[in-house]
Write a protein that binds this ligand. Structure first.
Ligand code: GLV
Length: 314
C-alpha cells in the first residue's frame, strides 16, 4: 500500500529562513512558509505547522502538529539531542555537496602540513633559508572515520592523490572510494598506520568520545582533522597526544561548544589550527532542493533516501 503524505504549512527556523522561504515559494507557491527564530516562535506556530525546517528543533515536537522535520545540515545530532523523538515524525537531512567541500578542507590542511607552508611562512618572516623537502601525500595513509557520503568524498580525493584510504564504519562493509573499510571495533588496531586521521562520522551515543586516550595514544605522528562534530573527540586526550607527539597537529573545525570558548586550551595548543565550523556549510539552494525532493517523495508515497533513522542518529 502506498502511504502518501501531504504537507503545506512549513515552519522555518534557521538563520537563513527568509532565503529558504523564498527558494521554496518560487518553486512551490502552494506551500505556506512561516519564518521564525527561537525568540519569535509562538505556541500558535507549533500547532499550525505540519513540517519544520531547521538545524535545531525549537519546539516540543510531542505537543506540536509537526509530522516532518527537515535538517538544513547533514548532521542531525542537534535536532535529536534534546528530545525524545516522537514515533511517526519523519526526519530528513540535507547532504548536497557537503562532502566535496569538506574533502577540499581536509586536503588543504593535509597539503599545508606536508608542504610545510606554515614553517616556510615563519622562515620567510625571519628571512631564513632552511630547505626541507616536502613529504608527499602519495603513499601516506588516511584513516577516515565515517564511510558515508562525506567520508567517501574525502576518500576519493585522498585516493586520487595516491593515499591509501582506510575507512572506519559501524559494520566495516566495503565502500567504493576506500581501499579498505574496517569495523569501528578495529579502530585502535588501524590507527597506528595513519598519517591523516579524518573524522567524518555522525555524533551518536555510540560515537561520542570515540577518539579518546585508547586510540590517540596509539597514533604515530599523525595529523588529526575533524570536520564532523566536536563530541567525537576527547579534548583532554587530544591535548595529551599533542604533548606526547603521537599527534603532530590538528585542524579542528567543530567543537563540543561553539563558538569555542575563549578559555579553551585548544586555541593555544601547538600545531592546532582552529576554524569556525566552515568546512561544510550548507547552501540555501541545497537545503531547499533537498526539502523539495523529499517532499515530492513523501507526497508520492515513495522511499525517501534523505530520511534519517532517529534511533540510529544518521
Ligand atoms: C554541518 O555541520 C552539518 O551537519 O551539515
Amino acid at each position: 500500500m502506498v502511504n502518501r503524505a501531504s504537507f503545506s504549512k512549513i515552519l522555518i527556523s534557521d538563520t537563513r529562513g527568509d532565503e529558504i522561504a523564498a527558494y521554496l515559494s518560487a518553486r512551490r507557491p502552494d506551500l505556506i512558509c512561516r519564518v521564525r527564530t527561537a525568540d519569535t516562535l509562538t505556541a500558535a506556530d507549533r500547532v499550525w505547522a505540519d513540517a519544520l525546517i531547521g538545524f535545531t528543533v525549537p519546539v516540543d515536537l510531542e505537543s506540536s502538529s509537526i509530522r516532518w522535520v527537515h535538517s538544513t545540515g547533514a548532521g542531525v545530532d542537534g535536532l535529536l539531542r534534546p528530545h525524545r523523538w516522537p514515533a511517526g515524525v519523519t526526519l530528513t537531512r540535507t547532504t548536497g555537496e557537503l562532502g566535496d567541500r569538506m574533502a577540499e578542507y581536509c586536503l588543504a590542511h593535509a597539503l599545508a602540513l606536508s608542504q610545510r607552508i606554515l614553517v616556510f611562512q615563519r622562515d620567510q618572516t625571519a628571512r631564513r633559508w632552511a630547505p626541507v623537502e616536502p613529504a608527499p601525500l602519495r603513499g601516506s595513509t588516511a584513516v577516515i572515520v565515517g564511510a558515508g557520503s562525506v567520508g567517501s568524498a574525502i576518500a576519493a580525493r585522498f585516493g586520487a592523490l595516491g593515499c591509501v584510504t582506510l575507512g572506519v564504519s559501524r559494520h566495516g562493509r566495503p565502500r567504493p572510494s576506500f581501499d579498505r573499510v574496517h569495523a569501528v571495533e578495529e579502530l585502535a588496531e588501524v590507527i597506528p598506520a595513519a598519517r591523516w586521521i579524518i573524522l567524518a562520522a555522525p555524533l551518536t551515543p555510540d560515537t561520542r568520545g570515540l577518539l579518546g586516550t585508547k586510540v590517540l595514544s596509539r597514533c604515530r605522528a599523525a595529523f588529526l582533522i575533524n570536520v564532523a562534530r566536536g563530541g567525537l573527540l576527547d579534548t583532554a586526550a587530544v591535548l595529551a597526544a599533542l604533548e606526547a607527539g603521537t599527534l603532530v597537529g590538528a585542524a579542528l573545525d567543530v567543537f563540543e561548544e561553539e563558538p569555542l570558548p575563549a578559555d579553551s586550551p585548544l586555541w593555544r595548543a601547538p600545531g592546532v589550527l582552529i576554524t569556525p565550523h566552515i568546512a561544510g556549510v550548507t547552501h540555501v539552494a541545497e537545503a531547499g532542493a533537498a526539502f523539495l525532493e523529499a517532499l515530492a517523495q513523501l507526497e508520492a508515497g515513495e522511499p525517501v533516501p534523505a530520511a534519517v533513522d532517529p534511533a540510529r542518529g544518521y
